[in-house]
Ligand binder design. Structure first.
Ligand SMILES: N[C@@H](CCC(=O)N[C@@H](CS)C(=O)NCC(=O)O)C(=O)O
Length: 204
């Protein structure tokens, strides 16, 4: 039941830099207000944000911006961010690596020609390393022996690629990443599987 203490994620009606937080909260069975505001940002809301940008996450008296910091807060709070300093750093490293893949895409997604250029020039700079890391992964998960923020981040990244035109054609070349996506997807709770299936399609 939504109450005054229910956390709130404020973002656009987009997956982009908000979807991993939604996925984490759903996976962890944390109820939250999924507030989706119109683009461009309302002037007053923009002025009230520390860096003038979304996402923003409020959890009682905690207010955070910067998507990775929000995810880190949630992953640490609910203990899926590693069990020691090395695991925590490795998980963070794997999450940050996904930003190297997304960031150049978020600059061009509105322009089909530039998206095509991204698939040819940018994606192949990073995805082969992801493929090779997954191939070398000894266990089921990227770090340690339980599902972590890193697994959800990589799942979400592959999922992102499988969803959008042109990106779909790129990810086909990475069978280990597709197998990883399936393996992690199979381990998600039923509510998260349902959430993934029932999500609205958004342009980014
Ligand atoms: N490094 C920030 C980037 C945030 C960002 O670029 N937000 C964009 C949407 S993805 C935004 O709020 N744009 C609206 C604006 O700048 O007015 C993060 O990861 O949260």
């Amino acid at each position: 039941m939504i109450s005054d203490t229910t956390p709130t994620l404020t973002y656009f009606n987009a997956r982009a830099r908000g979807e991993l937080t939604r996925l984490l909260l759903n996976y962890l069975d944390v109820e939250f207000n999924d507030v989706r505001v119109a683009y461009p940002l309302d002037k007053d809301l923009k002025a009230s944000l520390p860096f003038g940008q979304l996402p923003m996450f409020k959890d009682n008296d905690v207010t955070l911006v910067q998507s990775t910091a929000i995810e880190s807060y949630i992953a640490n709070k609910y203990n899926i961010a590693g069990t020691n300093d090395v695991e925590r750093a490795q998980i963070h490293q794997y999450v940050l690596a996904t930003m190297d893949v997304y960031n150049p895409f978020f600059l061009v997604w509105r322009d089909e020609a530039l998206v095509l250029k991204y698939t040819l020039d940018k994606a192949p700079l990073f995805l082969p390393q992801f493929e090779s890391i997954v191939n070398q992964c000894k266990g089921e998960y990227l770090v340690g022996d339980t599902l972590s923020w890193a697994d959800l981040a990589w799942f979400n990244m592959v999922d992102y690629f499988t969803h959008y035109n042109h990106l779909k054609d790129v990810i086909k070349n990475y069978p280990a990443l597709i197998a990883f996506h399936k393996r992690i997807g199979d381990r998600l709770p039923e509510r998260t599987k349902q959430y993934l299936k029932s999500r609205e399609s958004t342009p980014v």
